[in-house]
Design a protein. Structure first.
Length: 364
């Protein structure tokens, strides 16, 4: 069966990769450089810590994806020769505020209680933490540690997926946008900006924030909400940070990446000095050794959020074969998207029950 995937970010490409591995006939329309592209501006964490409060299935889904990551990365490297720089040595969350720390520990406790299979977090007070991360500053009260969490190079991941999809025989339309998607009989048609038409028996709308326009054309609500995040990168330093955190990680070439802001600014994707300065100040509180380090670059990027923060995996009731797929944490979930979400899309025997991620949960 031919599948048309609209969206060339990590979500669309993970699905395209999974489908080509099953020898499906795949066409991907990647969109243009002017689109919002979360996959090109994110923090690169593979992360379960703090995820799944109020939705144990999301916690399980995330953990399962993390468990699939080593074989996923290895397979991509074998196929494409591209190393996505995966490291899963565990992840820290550092705290300089007592109330934030207590609230976070409580939420980890609740997630663990609701999903006993989830990894067990550890709390480290300042002294315990200092033994494993000697560079922390005096303002750090403690940290939570989640074994198995980690990070990856998200741009290498995108390149590897794209190459894997190409080698798998998919047809990729770069720089093309879909302006209209409609059904005629058993076929789904996408009209591109240049009026070229593509048809397939299955269509997957995975266009990030661009899905807000396209998904309703197939009868989905298509509610995706932008949330701005800003990031900074420093000059290269000798490797000293073994564990990434939600706000600070050291990338493979030595730069320290700093992030973690969450701002409601609509579709504004420009960074601002106030947030850059708050992020830098927090990083220096955690690691005083960063105070004299040069910042090289800062940027802002829009997260693709759903109303409750959990993924939407929905096949249309009225247009069978039309899917709307979106999530935050598309890097963390790339591995499971390429395997189990693909099984669900093709309706195989190994297809998981994903009903809790249906868009219909917003009907209530
Ligand atoms: C600041 C920040 C930090 C993040 N940190 C992490 C992290 O540490 N770990 C993690 O797991 N996740 C993280 N994320 C989230 C992750 O980046 C996203 O979940 C993921 O990139 C979403 O991928 P996507 O393919 O859905 O969307 P996008 O990457 O936005 O891709 C959408 C694609 O659709 C295309 N498109 C749009 N409209 C059309 C159209 N009309 N026709 C054709 N194509 C179209 C676009 O060109 C693009 O190719 C972060 C995100 C941000 C912004």
């Amino acid at each position: 069966m031919k599948t048309l995937i609209i969206g060339g970010g990590v979500v669309g490409l993970s699905l395209a990769y999974g489908l080509t591995k099953r020898n499906e006939d795949v066409v991907v329309v990647c969109g243009s450089d002017e689109d919002y592209n979360a996959s090109r501006g994110n923090f690169g964490l593979i992360w379960s810590q703090g995820k799944g409060l109020g939705c144990p299935e999301y916690s399980q889904w995330t953990q399962k994806s993390i468990s699939l990551w080593p074989s996923f990365a290895e397979e991509l490297a074998k196929l494409t020769g591209i190393d996505v720089e995966l490291s899963l040595d565990g992840g820290m969350e550092y705290f300089t505020n007592k109330h934030e720390m207590e609230d976070f520990i409580e939420s980890l406790h609740k997630v663990k209680k609701s999903n006993s299979d989830s990894q067990t977090y550890k709390y480290l007070n300042h002294e315990q933490l200092k033994l494993c991360v000697p560079e922390i500053g005096p303002k750090v009260l403690g940290a939570t540690f989640m074994p198995g969490d980690g990070h990856v190079n998200p741009l290498q991941l995108l390149t590897a997926l794209r190459e894997g999809v190409r080698l798998g025989g998919a047809k990729i339309f770069n720089g093309s946008r879909v302006k209209r998607v409609y059904r005629s009989g058993d076929l789904y048609n996408a009209q591109l900006d240049d009026n070229k038409e593509l048809s397939a028996s299955r269509v997957i709308i995975a266009a990030g924030l661009g899905s807000a326009d396209l998904a309703p054309m197939m009868g989905f609500k298509g509610t995706v909400v932008p949330q701005q995040g800003q990031l900074l990168i420093t000059e290269k330093l000798p490797q000293f940070l073994k564990y990434p955190s939600g706000t600070i990680r050291q990338v493979n070439d030595g730069g320290i990446q700093i992030g973690g802001s969450t701002l409601d600014r609509g579709l504004d994707n420009k960074e601002c000095i106030k947030t850059v300065s708050e992020l830098a100040s927090h990083a220096v509180d955690v690691f005083p050794c960063l105070e004299e380090v040069n910042l090289l670059r800062s940027w802002a990027c829009l997260r693709v959020m759903t109303e409750d923060g959990f993924p939407i995996y929905q096949e249309s009731k009225t247009n069978p074969g039309a899917f709307f797929i979106t999530c935050h944490s598309g890097i963390t979930l790339a591995a499971i998207h390429s395997v189990l979400l693909t099984e669900w899309i093709v309706g195989s025997e190994r297809s998981p029950d994903l009903s809790m991620f249906s868009e219909e949960r917003f009907n209530v």
